[in-house]
Design a protein around this ligand. Structure first.
Ligand code: G3I
Length: 349
């Protein structure tokens, strides 16, 4: 058996993996227990999974993950209290079933905003109370910054934003802190946090919120990387900027796609991937973990967005851009759960 990744990095940061409840048994469960010190639900703790209809909380799948963490002494990251995606539509409907966004009457718009923020508070309170004993990091809000700014602050124009401005973010953090207490940490999570001007928009928002005493403890950097992008210096800069604000950093959704953007052409089958491509990926993993080690005083968790190459959202993306056929292979374990060159190279760090 190969040495444990989590043990290897024990003095620097937690090593995590995103999991689905069905991955907790058998070989994958054994890999999680051996190689990771932290887990996060890939989908099971998103609002649409936890409260598909108002007041109808479904904890069964999420509980499997929380219990696995409890039973095996793993740290649990919570993903995610608020998102514009995978959020059920009912949040944004008024009492008559009308879309809040279509309301033109100013008085009703104000009432709708209160209703929406109440629903948000209820969701957060219920979920946080259930899992606070085991969660040590919460993604409080996910992806609130736009890729291409359509307003001066670069805020994503989600329904949350259109209906409340940035108040939903403030309420979310305050509510999470109120019910979680201060034993666990609260994160603002996003992708392309290394990329300008998105990085600066995130930085400015966080600065403003901190000035207003909104309880943010850290920034989650998703880190959906490619082999040649983003640059290590952009990453170093981003981690350092947020650390200078007194914040923690976590790498929350690490993967290294084999493709550039767009991910085409893609290899049709896993067997079609040449070994040279895996070697290039290994070079990349080495430089990433070398950077994380260098910055281990300002990075507390490095979580992969999956366990092994047999299960990754990047396969769906490869298929989406290649007429339904294609695979990716972003992790350090292959489709048979064997270690790849990338594994050995991160273990050199
Ligand atoms: O559960 C349904 C199933 O009932 C249905 O038969 C099937 C048909 O398509 O869909 C299933 O839902 C899928 C869900 O994953 C659970 O497997 C959705 O279609 C699919 O869109 C969803 O994808 C997830 C995606 O978020 C949604 O945006 C990915 O698994 C998940 O890896 C991905 O994770 C996100 C992070 O939360 C935020 N950052 C980016 C990251 C990658 O996109």
């Amino acid at each position: 058996e190969v040495p444990s990744i989590a043990e290897h990095f024990d003095s620097s940061f937690l090593i995590g993996a995103a999991v689905e409840p069905h991955q907790l048994d058998g070989v994958q469960g054994e890999i999680i227990k051996r190689h990771y010190s932290s887990i996060v639900a890939e989908n099971a703790m998103k609002p649409i999974s936890l409260q598909p209809n108002e007041g109808d909380f479904r904890f069964q799948e999420a509980d499997k993950i929380a219990n696995f963490a409890r039973e095996n002494g793993l740290s649990l990251r919570f993903h995610t209290l608020v998102w514009h995606n995978q959020v059920p539509e009912w949040f944004f409907l008024d009492e008559n079933g009308k879309k809040m966004i279509d309301e033109t009457d100013q008085v009703k718009r104000e009432a709708n905003k209160e209703l929406l923020l109440d629903r948000l508070t209820t969701h957060i309170r219920t979920v946080v109370e259930r899992y606070k004993d085991v969660v040590d990091s919460w993604d409080v809000v996910n992806e609130v910054i736009a890729d291409e700014a359509t307003n001066a602050r670069g805020m994503r124009e989600s329904e949350w934003y259109q209906l409340t401005g940035d108040e939903y973010i403030r309420v979310a953090f305050q509510t999470a802190r109120q019910y979680a207490g201060s034993d666990s940490k609260l994160y603002i999570n996003d992708y392309n946090t290394e990329v300008s001007p998105k990085r600066e928009h995130l930085y400015n928002l966080v600065t403003e919120l901190l000035e207003d005493h909104v309880p943010i403890d850290g920034v989650g950097h998703q880190a959906h990387n490619q082999i040649e992008w983003p640059s290590i210096s952009d990453m170093r800069r981003s981690f350092s900027m947020f650390a200078e604000l007194g914040l923690d950093n976590q790498v929350t959704e690490l993967d290294v796609s084999l493709y550039n953007w767009p991910p085409t052409p893609a290899y049709r089958e896993y067997e079609d991937i040449p070994t040279e491509r895996f070697d290039e990926q290994a070079d990349r993993y080495e430089e990433l973990f070398s950077l994380y080690r260098e910055l281990d005083s300002i990075i507390s968790n490095v979580t992969f967005w999956g366990i092994a190459d047999n299960h990754t959202w990047l396969n769906d993306r490869a298929r989406e851009y290649n007429n339904g056929v294609g695979v990716d292979a972003p992790f350090v374990f292959d489709i048979n759960y064997q270690v790849k060159p990338s594994y050995w190279r991160i273990m050199n760090q």
